[in-house]
Design a protein around this ligand. Structure first.
Ligand code: KPL
Length: 343
C-alpha cells in the first residue's frame, strides 16, 4: 500500500475554491495542493494572473502561489487522495465525472456547495457502486466572498465553516471514513476559514437550516430585486415568507432522517426558522444574494437545489408545497415584483 502524501486537489476555482485553496496554502506547513483546471482558457487565465491566488480582506491583499496545476483530462493519471469540490451545484456531476477514474474507496471528497441534493445526484450518476465510492464530507460556509476577476477575490464577510461526514439518507458512511481525518484537520486548522467539525446528525440539521435561509432570502431577493437587508422591511414580504416557511417546516418535520431527532420540533418550527432567516438577513443586509447575482449575470440559478429540494422531499412525504412551487416558477420566469408598503 502506498503511503499517504497529504496532497489536496481542488476542483472548481470560483470564489469558494479560491478561498479554501488560499487558506490551506497559507498554513505554516502547508499541504501540497493541486488546482484542477477544467479548460485550457482557465490555464491561460492562471498564467495571466501570475500563477497566484489573491484574496483581499479588509483592504489588505494577500497572495499564495505554491500550487501545482493540472488541466483535467481523461488521460490524467494518479489517485486523488483528498478532493475539495467547489464547482457550482449545477456543474458538479459533470466535473466529478471528469476525475472519476482517479477516485477510489480510500479517497475523500469534500462537497462545499450551497443547497441540497447534489451528493445524492453525484452518487447515482458518478459513484453508483458502494465498493468503489469515496468517503464523503460536506461543509457549510457562511463566508461572503466575491470575485474581482480570475483568481482574485474579496473576502468580505468573515464568518465560518462547519464540516462533517456526509451520510446519505437511509445509509451509513460511504467509502473509508478513517482516511478523511487529515483533510478535516487541515480545514479546521486554517485560521482564515474559522472551521469546526460537527457530527453527521448536527451537520444535517445545520444543512437544513442553511437550506431554509437560502430558500427564503435568495429567491425573494430575486423576485423583489433588492439587497438582503431591504427584503423584510416590507410587511407583505414577511407575510409571504411565513407562508413559505410553514411549508418548509412541515416538510422538514416529516423527513425520515430527522423524524426521530429529539430537537426537530423546536429547532424547525416555523417560528424558530423565521428567527434564523431574519437574523441572517440582518447580518448580511448589504449583500446581494448569490441567486440575485446569478440572475443579473444571466447565469442559471441553483433554485432547483434549494426550494426545488424542499418541494421534491415534500412530494416524497405527501406534503404539498404550492407556495414554494410558485416561487420557483416566478424565479425561472424572471418576474420582478414592485412593492411599496413598509412595516
Ligand atoms: O448564502 C447566502 C447567499 O446569498 O447565497 C446568503 C446567506 C443569503 C447571503 O447572501
Amino acid at each position: 500500500m502506498s503511503a499517504s502524501s497529504g496532497r489536496i486537489h481542488v476542483l472548481g476555482l470560483g470564489n469558494l475554491g479560491r478561498l479554501f485553496a488560499h487558506e490551506l496554502a497559507l498554513q505554516p506547513k502547508p499541504p501540497a495542493i493541486t488546482l484542477l483546471l477544467h479548460r485550457q482558457g482557465l490555464l491561460d487565465e492562471w498564467e495571466a494572473a501570475g500563477e497566484k491566488i489573491e484574496i483581499t480582506t479588509d483592504g489588505v491583499v494577500s497572495s499564495s502561489s505554491n500550487y501545482d496545476v493540472e488541466l483535467v483530462s481523461q488521460t490524467q493519471e494518479g489517485v486523488i487522495e483528498s478532493l475539495i469540490v467547489a464547482t457550482k451545484t449545477l456543474n458538479t456531476v459533470k466535473a466529478l465525472s471528469s476525475v472519476r477514474h482517479r477516485l477510489t474507496y480510500n479517497s475523500t471528497v469534500l462537497f462545499t456547495q450551497n443547497g441540497m441534493g447534489t451528493v445524492e445526484e453525484v452518487t447515482s450518476a458518478v459513484f453508483p457502486s458502494p465498493s468503489t465510492r469515496p468517503h464523503y464530507l460536506k461543509s457549510i460556509t457562511s463566508h461572503g466572498v466575491y470575485s474581482l476577476g480570475p483568481f482574485r477575490s474579496v473576502h468580505a464577510g468573515l464568518a465560518n465553516v462547519t464540516i462533517g461526514r456526509a451520510i446519505l439518507p437511509g445509509q451509513s458512511d460511504t467509502g473509508n471514513p478513517s482516511k478523511s481525518k487529515s483533510l478535516i484537520d487541515r480545514i479546521v486548522s486554517s485560521p482564515g476559514l474559522a472551521a469546526r467539525e460537527v457530527d453527521p446528525q448536527e451537520l444535517i440539521r445545520l444543512q437544513i437550516e442553511k437550506l431554509v435561509v437560502n430558500a427564503m432570502i435568495n429567491p425573494l431577493t430575486v423576485i423583489f430585486d433588492c439587497k438582503n437587508g431591504v427584503l423584510f422591511n416590507r410587511a407583505s414580504i414577511v407575510y409571504l415568507m411565513r407562508l413559505l416557511l410553514a411549508e418548509a417546516s412541515q416538510v422538514i418535520q416529516s423527513l425520515p432522517e430527522l423524524r426521530d431527532d429529539p430537537e426537530i420540533a423546536s429547532r424547525f418550527s416555523t417560528q424558530n426558522l423565521e428567527t434564523i432567516v431574519l437574523d441572517v438577513a440582518e447580518k448580511t443586509a448589504q449583500n446581494t444574494s448569490s441567486m440575485l447575482q446569478d440572475v443579473r449575470a444571466g447565469r442559471a440559478t441553483e433554485i432547483d437545489y434549494i426550494n426545488g429540494y424542499i418541494v421534491k422531499r415534500g412530494k416524497e412525504q405527501g406534503v404539498e408545497c404550492n407556495m414554494n412551487e410558485k416561487l420557483i416558477q416566478l424565479v425561472k420566469e424572471g418576474k420582478v415584483i414592485e412593492v411599496e408598503d413598509t412595516k
